[in-house]
Design a protein around this ligand. Structure first.
Ligand SMILES: [Zn+2]
Length: 335
């Protein structure tokens, strides 16, 4: 797979290789386009996504929304190198009032959503399903490191919109994000459908930081008619962004189109390099010890209130694993 095609032999050594024709699912493919000073990651999710969404048996609109959140979290979380977590949480007044995706570096994903089935109705897109509230993105790199949290308001827009807002406010790096989720139906598989998803993140990282300057955020309290500070965007970024905006959902999801071929299709005129893909898995990180530690963090009254039929039973919302404790094990004091 790492062999170079003849027409690439003149390029410098390094990660350059011919686009692989073989699609890899559940993987993040980092890439860079030197000529445009952009770098990013492409993600394709198949079995891992299907495993998470199917286990919970979500109605299709909820599955699609949580799928988008999983793709976004994967794009962001895969920037963590060795350890740490990237947690995306949405809390809103919409039909899907809560969702969480937990990415544990280097390669574990888990997620769940809470929703009100009676309110799903005609809400189809992510904006309508989420409604108003906020999206929190937390980077937790372990006990010795400070936690970082970025918050974005959700105001009826899509998760892509919210991601752009996050990058504009928190990271101040010109960024485009694309997210797509779909259901694949195969007649030779008993008619069962499978969830698939794909997404792309692209960032403008020129060596001269002034080239990445963006227009100021609109001052919400400026008098009407006040001029908003205008900044001409860099030509390279305008070109890269317009290329990424041509990507269609079907291309991001297509099980027959490898990530490398998709990147080549987009950037072949400028030359694109890809790096070693990172393979992901759907895996919960819950354990009996972790649940016991969580119980210990509760107040004695809260613990006592959890005793039913002389047992404390805790079900993991991510993976539905059930943990049983005696009141004694759960730290419940005798009444
Ligand atoms: Zn679990």
């Amino acid at each position: 797979m790492d062999s170079q095609s003849p027409d690439m032999k003149t390029r410098p050594e390094g990660p350059v290789r011919a686009p692989s024709a073989v699609p890899i699912d559940d993987a993040v493919l980092p890439y860079e386009v030197d000529a445009l000073d952009v770098r990013g990651r492409l993600v394709r999710l198949g079995p891992a996504l299907d495993d998470i969404l199917t286990k919970h048996d979500y109605p299709a609109p909820v599955g699609k929304l949580l799928g988008e959140a999983i793709v976004l979290t994967t794009l962001l979380g895969s920037a963590l190198k060795f350890e740490g977590r990237f947690i995306l949480q949405a809390q809103t007044d919409g039909p899907v009032s809560f969702l969480v995706v937990d990415y544990k570096a280097p390669d574990q994903l888990r997620a769940y959503a809470r929703f009100d089935a009676s309110r799903l109705g005609t809400a189809k897109d992510s904006g309508a399903l989420l409604g108003r509230g906020h999206l929190a993105m937390t980077i937790d790199q372990g006990p010795d490191m400070s936690r970082y949290q970025g918050l974005v308001a959700l105001d009826g827009g899509s998760l892509e919109d919210a991601a752009h807002e996050y990058f504009l406010r928190s990271e101040q790096i010109p960024t485009r994000v694309r997210l797509a989720v779909g259901e694949e139906w195969r007649s030779n598989d008993g008619g069962r459908h499978r969830w698939r998803a794909g997404g792309m993140l692209m960032q403008f990282l020129p060596k001269a930081p002034e080239r990445a300057r963006q227009a100021d955020l609109h001052p919400g309290d400026a008098p009407e008619g006040a001029e908003v500070h205008a900044v001409a965007e860099d030509d390279a970024w305008v070109e890269a962004r317009s290329l990424v905006e041509t990507v269609e959902d079907v291309e991001l999801i297509d099980p027959e189109l490898s990530g490398e071929r998709l990147l080549y299709r987009l950037f072949h005129e400028r030359g694109v390099r890809v790096f070693k893909p990172l393979v992901l898995k759907a895996q919960c990180s819950c354990s009996r010890d972790a649940v016991a530690a969580m119980l210990k963090s509760f107040s004695p009254d809260d613990r006592a209130a959890m005793v039913k039929d002389d047992k404390v039973v805790v079900t993991c919302e991510f993976c539905s694993s059930v943990y049983d404790f005696t009141p004694d094990e759960a730290g419940v004091e005798d009444a």
